[in-house]
Design a protein around this ligand. Structure first.
Ligand SMILES: NCc1[nH]cc(CCC(=O)O)c1CC(=O)O
Length: 307
């Protein structure tokens, strides 16, 4: 039985796909990798928020899952919508890498420095920057990590604001010049973990095998909590919703919330539960955030983004 693994073609995506291939191999399963270009890879001159359609990194891959050209798709969990299109499911989450954000640069960076320009197009990161470092300017820098580093070196910005996981997996550790505290700069839901998506009708034996080889249970529980939170917040990747779950001594703690685009208002909370109530705790957190000002922030953002 050979498993066909679909993935985007960026180096990070391929790293993740080869990682899954290795895990499958360790469980005695052969596999092959099929690279697929998505709209998010093709359209590089606008931010993801502006491309607008949900699933910019997933649609073309889901087409191939639908017609069986591939068996599984490997994604960054962070790129996955909270509600998948009809007929698809996530069956496994890989062991999470450290989930925090970092600055990557070829030069040393002082966040107090005037005229500093950081490369990012993430609404969450922009809003946190308004809150903690309002003097810092940003420019959107899109493309795969290697392209972005080149753009930075060519002068587009002084440093790139990235997820540690991607920077580390691409071996840019030497260029990490700042690490953001995940308590202040809470990561995006799913950051640092990979997710395996399948067509629901995939043979159960293949699903079982893939899950056995790839799924990391504590990471899965955390991701279920975070994704249940995101789903109830109704946030895609262009809404500055943040959330991070951790497990210690069998207790799952989920910290998350929403921040207004100007960084002035943050609604956030930490909720705890047993690991078996992961989804429930995500929903509880979302209810709290929505009822305590989050709904108004969401409406404001929708209005601004419609303009
Ligand atoms: N937004 C794109 C994206 N999706 C996943 C990662 C990094 C790896 C990960 O979090 O799994 C990145 C780049 C980044 O935010 O720096």
């Amino acid at each position: 039985m050979s498993i066909k693994i679909g993935t985007r073609g960026s180096k990070l995506a391929l790293w993740q796909a080869y990682h899954v291939q290795d895990l499958l191999k360790a469980h005695g399963a052969e596999s092959e990798i099929v690279t697929i270009e998505t709209k998010g890879d093709k359209v590089l001159d606008v931010t993801i928020a502006k491309i607008g359609s949900k699933g910019v990194f997933t649609e073309e891959i889901e087409e191939q899952l639908r017609d069986g050209r591939i068996d599984i798709a490997v994604h960054s969990a962070k790129d996955m919508q909270s509600t998948l299109p009809e007929g698809f499911e996530l069956i496994a989450f890989g062991e999470r890498e450290k989930s925090h954000d970092v600055l990557v640069s070829h030069q040393s960076i002082d966040l107090k420095q005037k005229n500093l320009v950081l490369g990012t197009s993430s609404t969450r990161r922009l809003a946190f920057l308004q809150k903690y470092y309002p003097h810092i300017k940003t420019v959107p820098v899109r493309g795969n990590l290697q392209t972005r580093i080149q753009k930075m070196k060519d002068g587009a910005c002084d440093a790139l604001w990235l997820a540690y996981a991607g920077a580390h997996r691409m071996a840019f550790d030497d260029m990490i010049v700042h690490e953001f505290d995940p308590v202040q700069f809470v990561p995006a839901v799913g950051q640092g973990s990979i997710a395996i998506e399948v067509n629901q009708s995939l043979e159960q034996s293949k699903k079982d095998l893939v899950r056995k080889a790839v799924n990391h249970e504590p990471s899965e529980k955390c991701l279920l909590a975070e994704r249940a939170f995101l789903k109830k917040m109704d946030g895609g990747c262009s809404i500055p919703v943040f959330g991070l779950a951790t497990i210690e001594n069998e207790v799952l703690s989920l910290s998350g919330g929403i921040i207004s685009l100007d960084g002035q208002t943050t609604i956030e909370k930490t909720c705890c539960s047993t690991t078996n109530a992961a989804q429930k705790v995500g929903e509880t957190l979302a209810d709290f955030v929505l009822e305590n000002g989050g709904r108004e922030i969401l409406e404001d953002i929708r209005k601004q983004q419609a303009e």
